[in-house]
Design a protein around this ligand. Structure first.
Ligand SMILES: *Cc1c(COP(=O)(O)O)cnc(C)c1O
Length: 358
């Protein structure tokens, strides 16, 4: 019996979600965000699955853009934080990337090494992470427009709260961006997955979906299936032991979980060394043969323990789903106080990956 710890990745589901993003985008162009190894799914297979349905791609760092070009991707590739220094600017131009320019020091880089290059100027409209403050926008635009090599694709911003049930910020952020864009007659891009699904008036010229392509719900509180998204990955592992634990005895490190009844505890061959979150609390859902149960005791590096007391027929060797078809990844994320994005990105190389064609 091999360990059996497995991440199934489903290109057909990735493609279906890209079609869904495209459908919701109406007339806007669609760039698929494939940063961080396509949210952990694998850059190459994700880019191939998305390619027929999108107009371009988005990545965070130059290496990721290089990987896309090496795969033969000729579509536009947006470098979401632009070049980090002058050497990167030269490489980014050679790769024909679309550069996001979010700071005046990047404008100066462009002035120092004028290149034929397409740029998006990023505005800070209220998230206060990257982007030019509004007072700097007009001077920066003037400087960019004075550079003959620079082709200005448009203006960009990023929303802070588009996924929040109560969302005080998207409307004013959008208003800031569109006012500047109208004044300069420029196209604009703003929407992440949440805004794409929720606010058609944020679509602009180009939408930038990420998480929805990977089957994570972009809307806090609404299951991904209700948004019309397919499950793109399933994480599973095997039961390697089942032990009786008498009432009153504890399970695992710190003896933090105590059996309230005579219990049957299953040991599953996956842990935080595989990227399963260590802080997943007792009760975090898992499924065995389509039936749900929960974690019992702390997650270890290589194993975790689950409560099988109510599943008497389950045996050693049976497969346990950590997330996927029966247990939505968003439910695990919620139990752990995080988001599906982080769970996807954390799976380590120790987990065997299998591409599932269905
Ligand atoms: C990652 C990213 C996105 C995608 O966000 P999701 O919430 O995953 O849809 C969009 N725009 C920028 C600038 C990003 O960095």
């Amino acid at each position: 019996m091999s360990r059996g710890t497995l991440l199934e990745v489903r290109p057909a589901a990735l493609a279906a979600n890209a079609r869904e993003a495209r459908r919701r985008a109406g007339g806007a162009r669609v760039y698929a965000m494939v940063k961080a190894n396509a949210y952990g799914h694998g850059m190459a297979l994700a880019a191939e699955a998305f390619a027929p349905h999108v107009d371009g791609f988005g990545v965070a760092v130059l290496d990721e853009a290089q990987a896309l070009r090496a795969l033969g991707v000729q579509a536009p590739v947006m470098l979401l934080e632009g070049p980090f220094d002058a050497a990167e600017l030269v490489q980014a131009c050679a790769l024909k990337l679309e550069l996001v320019i979010h700071s005046l020091w990047q404008v100066a880089l462009l002035e120092a090494a004028p290149q034929p290059v397409t740029v998006w100027l990023k505005l800070d409209t209220g998230m206060h992470r990257v982007g030019l403050p509004l007072d700097d926008v007009d001077p920066a635009l003037a400087r960019l427009q004075a550079l003959p090599g620079v082709q200005l694709a448009g203006l960009m911003t990023h929303f802070a709260c588009a996924d929040e049930p109560r969302d005080p910020l998207t409307a004013p952020q959008r208003a800031h961006l569109t006012a500047v864009a109208a004044r300069h007659h420029l196209p604009w891009t703003a929407a992440n997955s949440a805004a794409l699904c929720r606010y058609p008036d944020t679509h602009g010229a180009l939408v930038r979906p990420g998480i929805m392509l990977y089957g994570g719900s972009p809307l806090g509180g609404t299951p991904a299936a209700e948004v019309g998204l397919a499950v793109t990955q399933r994480l599973s592992a095997r039961l390697i032991a089942i032990n009786p634990v008498p009432r009153g005895d504890s399970v695992g490190y710190g003896a933090s979980w105590v059996a309230e009844r005579d219990s049957r505890i299953g040991v599953v061959a996956i842990g935080y060394g595989d990227g399963y979150p260590r802080h997943a609390p007792a009760g975090t859902p898992v499924a065995v043969a389509g039936q749900r149960t929960g974690l019992a005791g702390r997650v270890s590096m290589d194993m975790l323990t689950i409560d099988l007391t109510d599943l008497p027929r389950v045996q050693v060797g049976d497969e346990v789903e950590l997330w996927g078809d029966t247990v939505p990844v968003d439910e695990v994320a919620k139990a752990c106080g995080t988001i599906s994005y982080e769970l996807f990105c954390q799976i380590t190389t120790r987990v065997v990956r299998r591409v599932e064609n269905r």
